[in-house]
Design a protein around this ligand. Structure first.
Ligand code: FA5
Length: 336
């Protein structure tokens, strides 16, 4: 076959094959194949007599143009088909947008802020202290002797002989009294740590500490503050019972029980039929603690309390396992 017939054949075959290609990928493969066939055919041009070369060059360019046109035509067809499919799509512009889920404060944060608000209305200001605390601030200055059960390895996470994860917020009492002269009225909410683990006890939990030091402060002031707090927090007319108990840093000391918020005191499953639930400890500041903090116990008296915030939220919202607070399960969190 002479060169001209060969170019004719390539042109005819290439345009037909590309027009019939089943996919873009096939069309690209055919385009490459015929381009290379044309290139091979054109190499033979060098062997032609010089007089024939210009006409054959033109013929070759025509075949090349036809190949490119066929390929571009195929791609253009694909673009048009895609555009037509896009235009034919039915979009319902009236469909309401999916709402983006909105977060909110964790129940324990809400409860902490509410508790602080109630106490601040009574003149208490927020104080803070470290969660990694010295043994001295946590125990020694609070008159908790070396052999007290609270210092047991069972309860306390020791980081070293002298450094612990605080087991209660009471060391903030000490830190405050060491840096501020009376009158003092502080509340100290924060995380505390104990080796405890059951449905109502967690290794990390939150307490809120209260301390008032002034001339003439009495046990009656303590009771008044606690009753006010409980009835405000639960938004019910509930009272408080102070049950004699021992905490080395208060004398007299008491467990703080509140009237059961579920049954109002008549007895239910939550209060184990007693009508009362324990929410914390409290008492009148022991003169030993004042001595450690260089406060004159002849002139000043004070009261202190410490309550578990998880417990209070459990009572108010009927949460029956303390782990729910920390698991981060949205089905629980979004309820509050
Ligand atoms: C104390 O921690 C004392 N510091 C309270 C105090 C302060 C007494 C000032 C006197 C003066 P207690 O160990 O009882 O006391 O803890 C207080 C409250 O913390 C408990 O009533 C309970 O509500 C809560 N609590 C204790 N352990 C846990 C725990 N593992 N998980 C959740 N809450 C707890």
């Amino acid at each position: 076959m002479d060169l001209s017939a060969q170019l004719d054949a390539i042109e005819t075959e290439a345009t037909a094959a590309i027009a019939a290609a089943a996919s873009e990928q096939d069309a690209r493969a055919l385009h490459a194949k015929y381009k290379s066939e044309l290139a091979t055919a054109m190499k033979a041009m060098g062997k032609l007599p010089p007089g024939e070369r210009p006409a054959m060059g033109q013929r070759a360019n025509k075949a090349k143009d036809a190949l490119e046109k066929a390929f571009e035509g195929y791609l253009g067809g694909l673009r048009e088909a895609a555009e037509a499919a896009d235009l034919a799509r039915v979009v319902d512009v009236t469909l309401p947008a999916r709402p983006a889920p909105r977060g909110h404060l964790h129940l324990l944060t809400q409860v902490r802020l509410e508790a602080v608000q109630i106490f601040s209305e009574l003149g208490f200001v927020v104080a803070d202290g470290p969660q990694i605390e010295t043994d001295w601030h946590t125990f020694e200055a609070l008159a908790i002797p070396r052999d007290h059960p609270a210092r047991d390895m069972q309860d306390t996470f020791y980081l070293s002989d002298e450094i612990v994860l605080r087991t209660h917020t009471s060391p903030v009492q000490v830190r405050t009294m060491l840096t501020q002269a009376p009158p003092i009225r502080i509340v100290a909410p924060g995380h505390v740590y104990r080796r405890d683990d059951d449905p109502t006890h967690s290794p990390m939990f939150t307490q809120i500490e209260g301390l008032a030091v002034d001339e003439g402060i009495s046990f009656a002031d303590l009771k008044g503050v606690l009753i006010h707090f409980v009835s405000r927090f639960f938004q019910k007319d509930l009272t408080v019972r102070l049950r004699p108990s021992y905490f080395p840093f208060v004398e007299p000391g008491a467990e703080v029980d509140m009237q059961c918020s579920f049954c109002g005191g008549s007895g239910c499953r939550l209060c184990k039929g007693t009508g009362w639930v324990e929410i914390g400890g409290a008492g009148v500041v022991d003169p030993d603690v004042f001595a450690h903090c260089k406060i004159d116990s002849e002139k000043y008296t004070g009261f202190a309390f410490g309550m578990g915030l998880e417990r209070m939220a459990m009572l108010r919202h009927g949460v029956n396992d303390i782990k729910f607070y920390y698991e981060g399960d949205v089905r629980f969190l979004e309820q509050f």
